[in-house]
Design a binder for this molecule. Structure first.
Ligand SMILES: [Zn+2]
Length: 421
């Protein structure tokens, strides 16, 4: 009996250790960042420069009306699976997109009650998400890729982000949020990790968010206590430049004004008020442990603040501005002609024959540009155009109206130009 009891205690201790260890590794964003900084110290400098730009944007726009204009972010979900269970259903993926929209839009049913002291800080961030409907080549898409992998699990070191290492290459990260879903069990309990916007230019291939398949969405393989899709809410927060609420050090700074100072990370579901009047300077209402950027259970995290929203919009305007003009959420083909009309810009028009063409296209999109006269006769054609601005020199042509047609094999857009010498 005695030995059995000892075994029981030992078992409990091991379970506790495993549980604690798993909890401590909930989000690997900062650990991954640290490892990357060791290899490339310039990351730190870029983050500092990014912070200066971020704070500048925030002070310039803090009082601007509509500074937080609604932004729709096209999402591509890359499912990397080794077995049928990991190949999660489309319904589960959609559940995650819905949760992101609820949480970022303050539409979550578990939001704080208006009588709660922190209710005044809760915010609709004016950021929404859609599964991409248009792929980088301008073709219609479900916004989901599915890749079989030989890897039994991933360790959170980026292998899932490359086709060559058993994962899937990301889509143009300036135009899409890439969300990989895979088995991260080799990473010692990590539920997810994200890249910061300051790293986009230098490491575009690494850009995006990785989530363990048991912590994605709220149906199917989603497992308690990470079964409400809040891992992705938290990681997309990082992807839009949010820091942990405790600033990743004792009483650290998260660069956000309206979150209470926090001593450290919180787990489970603390009781309000938690750690009130702390040495870090939290007030009588204690720490804002119910913020998505803490480590509490999914059922317990329910809010972003107004200033976190500002910080995310700063990221969208400073480093992720490509998303503001992304056509990833628009309908492919000729159906959405108004949007496509804005894809190409020709100027000055009219002029003496030197037209500059600019385009808002997704990465790798190749277009043919053809010039016709008013009678419909083809005058000139440029194939495989992919670099802009593109100069069309038509000095030899007589004055008058002409048509320029853009075609990518999927749609055709026609624009009229006028030569006047
Ligand atoms: Zn985190």
């Amino acid at each position: 009996m005695k030995n059995l009891y000892k075994c029981f205690l030992l078992g409990l201790a091991i379970l506790f250790c495993l549980h604690t260890q798993a909890q401590r590794n909930k989000c690997a964003t900062m650990q991954v960042l640290e490892q990357r900084m060791k290899k490339d110290p310039s990351i730190q400098l870029r983050m500092q420069q990014s912070e200066i730009k971020t704070q500048k944007w925030i002070s310039a726009n803090r009082n601007a009306k509509k500074a937080q204009k609604l932004v729709s972010i096209p999402v591509v979900v890359h499912v990397i699976y080794n077995n049928a269970t990991q190949n999660i259903s489309t319904a589960q993926i959609q559940s995650q997109i819905d949760i992101l929209n609820d949480d970022f839009g303050l539409l979550n049913s578990d939001s704080l009650d208006y009588s709660h002291p922190f209710w005044q800080y809760t915010a609709d961030t004016e950021i929404e998400f859609c599964l991409a409907t248009r792929d980088p080549n301008g073709k219609a898409t479900s916004g989901i890729t599915r890749t079989y992998t030989d890897s039994l699990s991933f360790a959170g070191d980026g292998y899932e982000k490359y086709t060559s290492t058993g994962g899937k290459d990301n889509w143009d990260p300036t135009k899409y949020l890439n969300l990989w879903v895979c088995d991260l069990s080799a990473s010692n309990g990590t539920l997810g990790y994200a890249s910061f916007p300051s790293d986009l230019d230098s490491n575009p291939d690494e850009d995006g968010v990785v989530i363990n398949y048991t912590a994605f969405g709220n149906i199917g393989t989603a497992t308690a206590p990470n079964d409400l899709g809040r891992t992705a809410t938290h990681e997309v927060g990082h992807w839009l430049n949010l820091r942990h609420i405790w600033g990743d050090s004792t009483c650290g700074d998260d660069f956000v004004a309206d979150t209470e100072p926090a001593e450290k990370d919180n787990y489970g579901c603390p009781i309000f008020p938690h750690n009130a009047n702390s040495n870090c300077g939290s007030g009588a209402d204690g720490e804002m442990y119910m913020n998505y950027m803490d480590y509490v259970d999914d059922t317990c995290m329910v809010m972003f603040t107004t200033d976190q929203g500002m910080r995310m919009h700063a990221a969208l305007n400073v480093e992720r501005a490509g998303l503001l003009t992304s056509l990833g959420c628009s309908i492919s083909s000729t159906i959405n002609e108004v949007l496509l009309e804005n894809t190409f810009d020709i100027y000055p028009n009219p002029n003496n024959g030197n037209f500059i063409i600019n385009a808002q296209l997704t990465k790798n999109e190749v277009v043919s540009i053809t010039l016709y006269n008013l009678l419909g006769s083809k005058i000139q054609q440029y194939d495989n155009v992919s670099t802009y601005p593109f100069l069309m020199s038509l000095n030899d042509l007589p004055n008058g109206s002409y048509f320029i047609k853009f075609n990518n094999g999927n749609y055709t857009i026609t624009k009229k130009v006028f030569i006047s010498k």
